[in-house]
Ligand binder design. Structure first.
Ligand code: GLN
Length: 485
């Protein structure tokens, strides 16, 4: 069961070889066995899961099943889920039971896909290692001494350990792609605006985007079909015709121009990662693709730009956590101001406080022009580089991360070193472009290596085509951690 693709699982359900309840129970058993050591889930509620699975079974029996009805999925704990604890990895929301469903959750429910639970994440999605979670770090299923990446680390780890056939994630600066790379799975961040942000707890609203995480590109295409769609409740949701993201999976790659940004293969890139990505380029050449060198000169400024803009937006978004409306409230306080101060001092962790302080600083009078406005201008230059590059290539390819997974604790005292992990993923968020990560090898320690594809706006079907053809020719994506099989 644990190596079955979503389409295989759906076929077994449709053919009545297995019921959704049985399938959900299989994964719940695996969660019971593996989660105590991996810590990928914050909340598991078998009763709720099995009720949803029974409803899916009824749909199947009535002949009204959709393509994935009955297939269970795990949701990042950033999505408000009616009746479920929704913590965003924070003490601040440690007691928050959401009274409604995020749009993404609504869509998976409408598709008849039962929820296996809520996955662990960096606090308010701020982090690259899952170590900022109030609920403890997640362990990398390939080696428990290493981080799974973040912020969607629980999602990536639960899929890598096959505790769920698939999971949802969100990506503000790499939080789907970086953990996918570090855990050896496939993850896709869609074009900004394709997936509604309604009910997804906001970090940096102009960058946040939800997407699928699963073993393969084909699985991600099926999940994207469920997730995307116009939502009037999100003012940045795009009103476009619905696409079938599986439509181009089997197209041949002959003549495909693959852009290799020279800045992504430069200093700072680990040798083993570089070798695996170069080998992947050769594999794609054998399939008919043509490599072309491109330049994304301003992408070297992506990290400083991101660490002005994302904290600025976060400082505004997180001001709603004041102890009045929902979530944590300090147990003892004097005045109203004192209640705010104590609540926020006690409810937020160190990384979140650091971001709120940076954000408040760059937005303050006297610094706004020097930092925030300047960063917005460079953001435009970064997007312009991509537009220029897409004149000579169909898709951009490079490493997802500069290195493989690092040890737990190795970078947690050095925020800048941690931030550098997102060097190659952040530019796509700043430009609003779709990006994905897929497995392309292992380092000498047996840790997975990720390959990143970045496409032009709305080219998800093309990226999935490239990824699927690569995955038909290789088997990196179907490898599983020894001992957990
Ligand atoms: N690691 C980045 C950060 O800490 C990106 C996080 C994300 O994409 N949510 O901001």
């Amino acid at each position: 069961m644990s190596d079955a693709s979503l389409s295989t699982l759906a076929a077994r359900l449709a053919g009545k070889q297995i019921s959704s309840r049985e399938l959900a129970q299989t994964y719940l058993d695996r969660i019971t066995a593996l989660n105590p050591s991996i810590n990928a889930f914050i909340t598991v509620d078998a009763e709720k899961t099995l009720l949803e699975a029974a409803a899916a079974d009824a749909l199947i029996a009535a002949g009204s099943a959709g393509p994935l009805t009955g297939v269970p999925i795990a949701h990042k704990d950033i999505f408000c889920t009616d009746g479920w604890l929704t913590t965003c990895g924070s003490k601040m929301l440690g007691n928050f039971v959401a009274p409604y469903d995020a749009h993404v959750i609504q869509r998976f429910k409408a598709a008849g896909m039962p929820s296996l639970g809520k996955t662990n994440m960096d606090e308010f999605a701020m982090g690259s290692s899952n170590e900022t979670s109030y609920f403890g770090a997640v362990k990398n299923p390939w080696n428990a001494a290493y981080v799974p990446g973040g912020s969607s680390g629980g999602a990536a780890a639960c899929v890598a350990a096959r505790m769920a056939p698939a999971a949802t994630g969100t990506d503000t600066g790499g939080s789907i792609r970086q953990p996918a790379a570090l855990c050896g799975i496939t993850g896709l961040k869609p074009t900004y605006g394709l997936v509604s942000r309604y009910g997804m707890i906001a970090f940096a609203s102009s960058l946040d985007q939800a997407g699928p995480m699963a073993p393969s590109a084909e699985d991600c295409a099926l999940l994207l079909n469920v997730m995307t769609g116009f939502d009037p409740s999100d003012s940045t949701s795009l009103d476009r015709e619905k696409e079938d993201y599986t439509r181009d999976l089997n197209k041949p790659l002959a003549g495909l121009r693959v852009g290799l940004p020279k800045e992504f293969f430069a200093e700072g890139l680990n040798n083993e990662v570089a070798a695996a990505v170069e080998a992947a380029v050769n594999d794609l050449k054998k399939l008919g693709a043509i490599p072309v060198e491109i330049s994304l000169a301003n992408s070297r400024l992506a990290i400083p730009v991101y660490y002005v803009l994302a904290p600025a937006e976060a400082s505004s978004n997180l001001s709603r956590f004041d102890g009045v409306r929902y979530g944590y409230r300090a147990p003892a306080y004097g005045s109203l101001d004192d209640m705010y101060c104590k609540t926020r001092a006690q409810g937020f962790g160190a990384e979140v406080k650091r971001r709120i302080m940076i954000g408040a600083y760059v937005l303050s009078h006297g610094y706004y022009d020097a930092y925030y406005l300047q960063a917005q201008k460079i953001r435009r230059l970064i997007a312009d580089d991509f537009s220029e590059a897409f004149k000579s290539c169909d898709v951009i390819l490079g490493p997802t991360t500069p290195g493989t997974a690092f040890k737990l604790g190795e970078k947690s005292d050095d925020p800048v070193e941690m931030y550098l992990n997102d060097l190659y993923t952040i530019p796509a968020n700043l430009a609003g472009l779709p990006g994905m990560s897929l497995p392309c090898g292992f380092d000498g320690k047996g840790l997975p290596i990720g390959l990143q594809l970045v496409g032009n706006y709305f080219s998800e079907a093309k990226m999935l085509n490239v990824a699927h053809q690569y995955q038909r020719a290789t088997d990196w994506h179907s490898r599983q951690p020894e001992g957990l099989k």
